[in-house]
Design a protein around this ligand. Structure first.
Ligand SMILES: Nc1nc2c(c(=O)[nH]1)N[C@H]1C(S)=C(S)[C@@H](COP(=O)(O)OP(=O)(O)OC[C@H]3O[C@@H](n4cnc5c(N)ncnc54)[C@H](O)[C@@H]3O)O[C@H]1N2
Ligand code: MOO
Length: 402
């Protein structure tokens, strides 16, 4: 059976990166990836800038202390100096204000006294040339590349865009992700549940996983186990987005119709099983450039399948440079035993340890136990076979919340 790593490789080999588009810098671009480098439109700071509240002076005047200088003017931030600072003179200046001509140093106000409103006495030295001055262009020069293509937009990036006057930037377009749940037994949470029906937990969960992964969800509802309806909904899903994610109907049951309908619609099935627990009956196909995922219907299997395969695919489509799930090697917070015939992904929670973090497995009874996932923020990745580990031993951890 195909390994998780090999399955992910096959998926990523079929990814086509989304085209770039110009996006306004609103919160909806958080996490998007810059498609072209951004350059500075001017020097920053645009002038030699005071970095302390105090007095702009000529360092040559400050050989011995105390020394008393004549104040020629006062320059708050946002105003420009009108007068140069000549020998024996000083300008009262605020943090952020431009340095007047002639001055080459700033002395903090704490190191001064004012005998009267016209004079300032510098109490002690030294006063070195350029002290407390940020030179024009020190942060960036006009034309400098301030951010490379491939950068993920976080809070600081928005700040830097503002510095260079950008209100919109080119980013890789978010993939549209059609989401379709299947199964006669499944009903939406706002509908009346009857008999042996169960509520659709995968639908809302996959919508939110899609949003978190930077995709634009198009939720198509629940398809019944009927070939004609399933076919038309799957077709709509493929036509309406770059990615189709389905949950349920992919295993071996009589009513697991998804694989045959996909094949019938001309979808090339690349694999239909992965050596992992939970989530073994996971299907991946393509039609042209479109990616099609059939996640197992059990909620934990759907969740894990999305994190291990759909999320990296969406990351690659969005131009994210590293598409692997975020991993760490961390000590276990408790003794742990498990047994699995496939690579095992076990829900766990990070906790503060003596040094850094440790991962504590949460109680979990299997692929229907979504409560375990809500109690967890990571997955232990454990090899197939018998696992018997003691607290403090190092394990691979997938940081699903990172
Ligand atoms: N003979 C075999 N049977 C099964 C195998 C197998 O290899 N051979 N694999 C098992 C494994 S592992 C899983 S996982 C499931 C996956 O089955 P399907 O993807 O076909 O999913 P369903 O049968 O439709 O549903 C499984 C389970 O999950 C519930 N479900 C489905 N959709 C939702 C939803 N939207 N929200 C909440 N719960 C949902 C469904 O009622 C079932 O209980 O197959 C095993 N069988
Ligand atoms: O993958 Mo099934 O998810 O092992 O229950």
């Amino acid at each position: 059976m195909l390994s998780v790593a090999a399955a992910r490789e096959q998926i990523l080999a079929n990814v086509v990166r989304q085209p770039p588009e110009i996006g306004a810098l609103t919160s909806s671009l958080l996490g998007s990836v810059l498609a072209e480098p951004v350059t500075a439109d001017m020097d920053s700071p645009p002038f030699d800038k005071a970095m302390m509240d105090g007095f702009a002076v000529r360092s040559a005047d400050c050989g011995q202390f105390p020394v008393t200088l004549t104040i020629v003017e006062e320059v708050p931030a946002g105003k420009s100096p009108m007068l140069p600072v000549g020998p024996g003179q000083a300008t009262r200046i605020m943090t952020g204000a431009p340095i007047p001509e002639g001055a080459d140093a700033v002395v903090q106000v704490e190191r001064t006294e004012q005998p009267d409103s016209m004079h300032v006495t510098l109490l002690n030295g030294p006063v070195t040339p350029r002290q407390h001055i940020l030179d024009r262009g020190r942060e960036m020069r006009a034309g400098d590349v301030v951010m490379p293509a491939g950068q993920i937009l976080r809070a600081a990036e928005y700040g830097l865009f503002a510095t260079v006057g950008k209100t919109a930037v080119p980013v890789f377009r978010s993939p549209k992700v059609s989401l379709l749940c299947t199964g006669d037994e499944v009903v939406e949470a706002n509908m009346k549940r009857m008999g042996s029906q169960i509520r659709n937990s995968n639908g809302p969960m996959l919508v939110m996983q899609t949003v978190r992964a930077g995709g634009l969800p198009r939720y198509l509802g629940i398809a019944p186990d009927r070939v004609d309806v399933l076919r038309s909904q799957i077709r709509e899903g493929i036509d309406g987005g770059e990615v189709l994610v389905m949950a349920g109907g992919v295993s071996m049951g009589m009513r697991d119709l998804v694989p045959e309908v996909l094949a019938d619609l001309g979808v090339q099935i690349h694999f239909h099983k992965v050596a992992m627990k939970p989530g073994k009956p996971l299907l991946f196909g393509t039609k042209g450039h479109k990616l099609i995922f059939g996640l197992p219907g059990n909620p934990v299997s759907s969740f894990v399948g999305f994190e291990l395969f759909v999320r990296p695919a969406l990351a690659a489509m969005r131009g994210v440079p590293t598409t692997m799930p975020k991993m760490a090697r961390l000590p276990l917070a408790a003794d742990f035993r498990a047994s699995s015939d496939r690579e095992l992904y076990y829900p766990a929670k990070l906790e503060i340890a003596e040094v850094g973090f440790a991962a504590r497995p949460v109680p979990w009874f299997g692929s229907a136990d979504l409560r375990a996932i809500t109690a967890a923020d990571c997955l232990l990745k454990l090899p197939a076979g018998e696992t018997a580990l003691t607290a403090g031993q190092i394990v691979d951890v997938i940081l699903t919340d990172a």
